[in-house]
Design a protein around this ligand. Structure first.
Ligand code: FES
Length: 116
């Protein structure tokens, strides 16, 4: 097998999303968010009261507000700066900003895994 073949099969291609362990689920209180750096990108991870997880870019697309400090429920995330509401379903906003970049997130054995 040549070096080129080894690199192609053992390493993800540049720009290919990869799943990363970012922290522990119990670091995030129910109903709150925390910011992590994932593959050089700041990502806000939320643990909703219904047990679901969501992850999005950490900076609000409107004016850079800290989304991890926003209020959220099962449908929307509200930025703490100007109160734009972003839908978890597609990242769209009621105020016209965005859409948010959303990231796949899951829990496994207490670890938080984000694909970025
Ligand atoms: S910075 Fe988030 S709504 Fe303005």
């Amino acid at each position: 097998m040549s070096l080129t073949q080894t690199a192609a099969t053992d390493s993800p291609a540049i720009g290919t999303p990869t799943e990363h362990v970012v922290g522990r689920l119990d670091e995030i209180p129910m109903g709150e968010g925390r910011t992590y750096v994932v593959a050089g990108v700041q990502v806000a991870v939320f643990r909703l009261r219904d047990g679901s997880l969501h992850a999005t870019q950490a900076a609000c697309p409107h004016a850079g507000g800290p989304l991890a400090d926003g209020q959220t429920d099962v449908d929307v995330l509200v930025c703490p700066l100007h109160l734009y509401a972003y839908r978890w379903s597609d990242g769209g906003s009621s105020g016209g900003a965005g859409p948010l970049r959303l990231f796949p997130v899951r829990e496994q054995d207490g670890d938080l895994l984000v694909t970025a």
